[in-house]
Design a protein around this ligand. Sequence first.
Ligand code: AMP
Length: 192
Amino acid sequence: MNIIVITGPPYSGKGTQCAFLKETFNLTHVSTGDRIRLEKENKTEVGKLMSEYADRGELVPDEVMKRLFGNIMDENAGKAGILLDGYPRTSPQVDTLLAFAAERNAPVTHVLNIEVPKDELLKRAKTRAATSDREDDKKPELHLKRIDVFEESIKPAIAYMKTKMEVFDINGLGKIEDITALISEHLADLKA
Ligand code: AMP
């Protein structure tokens, strides 16, 4: 199983891009955020715990995410490749990803980092608030909080990833289809 990591700030369009890319490259889209929301809907113990953090716009602790990510890896072991959206978000999660990838013979083949400036993220957050039924989208006070979490934790994790492997920075401003085309160029060797 190949692992393709899609990272970037909240509201950068990771989910939208994954929806297109999974079709083109025959990949399975795995969003840790979606997975947490599903566990909450299913009213599992861990779902309840994780959604308490998610609904506050905070990160779920690394140890809890480690268990969830291990399950995700096991469940998808037979797949050709996964588009990993939303993990890793901290430097220890980068180490977990690399350790699990090595143990399970599941190489991280590409890391794509979608970059969008903060003022644009805030604009997009407002638009999403009007249409989304996600708790963390509906509350305007959480938009800034989630962007702060990006600055404090996810951005350093991306910098750390850059010391471990090649990370392609993608300009996330512009038309959705142009950004998809740019990302697709980087993934072209997956089709070979
Ligand atoms: P997302 O849908 O990717 O924006 O994720 C929604 C929320 O789920 C985040 O704000 C976090 O609370 C939680 N979450 C998702 N992935 C992770 C992760 N890798 N580490 C910690 N928390 C996460």
